[in-house]
Design a protein. Structure first.
Length: 263
């Protein structure tokens, strides 16, 4: 039970959606640094290609880009078919693509719910469904395949900010993860990470205005770093995380237990 074998992902095939920047890039970087073959996908083809080239240059794993607008059903289907063309199996799927929307209650637009519930929940289901044949082929002697859905502390607590569709969508994603875990075990494990604040484009305006205040409100006195989310994904994807499924794991510096947290 040495740590190298318990937490190895070397040679695994991974898909990280929204992997061109932000939290997705942090996760992809962790897998590549540990010898996995990582596909990243988002609608920003240029960002994906640049990130894939940069991560592959560092290695020792490999990073490849496949651009896709994952808010669209047909694009999820196309991405799944492209992976089936390239790979015999998929060992790890990280559903990270997502969007946020903040507005006052009286003016909160109906379109926000349509956009966020579609991308943050429905298309996670769509892509996972379409990739089931590859994920089932990835399960075997080395253990079950893994699905990791990137949720949020705002799907657990009541947010400080007026992000009604976002918090509702992440709560739904957490429940979807539990439901899929029951259906797909023991061949595939399904877990969700309830993330706190990380440096990403989605969080940029918040961090620009209250990063110091937000950090000081958390027991750990800082926002998340790349290694925090990468380590959680590596654990869930390795032999060490094989018996964990149907969980929602907070990665948030203790904010959920702090009455003063600005989450």
């Amino acid at each position: 039970m040495d740590s190298q074998s318990l937490f190895s992902v070397r040679g695994k095939v991974v898909l990280v959606t929204g992997g061109g920047r932000g939290v997705g890039e942090m996760i992809a970087s962790g897998f590549v640094a540990n010898g996995a073959k990582v596909y990243i996908s988002s609608r920003d083809a240029k960002a994906c290609e640049e990130t894939a080239k940069r991560l592959s240059a560092v290695g020792p794993g490999q990073c490849l880009a496949i651009a896709a607008d994952l808010s669209k059903y047909e694009e999820c289907v196309r991405l799944a078919k492209e992976l089936e063309r390239r790979e015999e199996a998929l060992h790890i799927l990280v559903n990270n693509s997502g969007a946020a929307w903040g507005d006052e209650l009286d003016t909160y637009p109906d379109a926000a719910f349509t956009k966020l519930l579609t991308l943050n929940v429905q298309r996670v289901f769509t892509l996972t469904q379409k990739l089931l044949p590859l994920l089932r082929h990835g399960s075997g002697q080395d253990g079950p395949s893994r699905v990791i859905n990137i949720g949020s502390v705002n799907g657990i607590n009541v947010p400080v900010f007026e992000t009604y569709a976002y918090s509702a969508s992440k709560a739904a994603l957490h429940q979807l993860s539990r439901h899929l875990a029951v259906k797909l075990g023991p061949v595939i494990t399904v877990n969700a990470l309830a993330l706190g604040p990380f440096r990403s484009r989605m969080m940029q305006s918040t961090l620009d205005s209250i990063e110091t205040e937000l950090s000081e409100s958390l027991p750990m006195k800082r926002i998340g770093r790349a290694e925090d989310v990468a380590a959680a994904c590596l654990w869930l994807s390795s032999k060490g995380g094989e018996w964990v499924t149907g969980t929602v794991i907070p990665i948030e510096g203790g904010g959920l237990v702090s009455p003063d947290a600005k989450l």
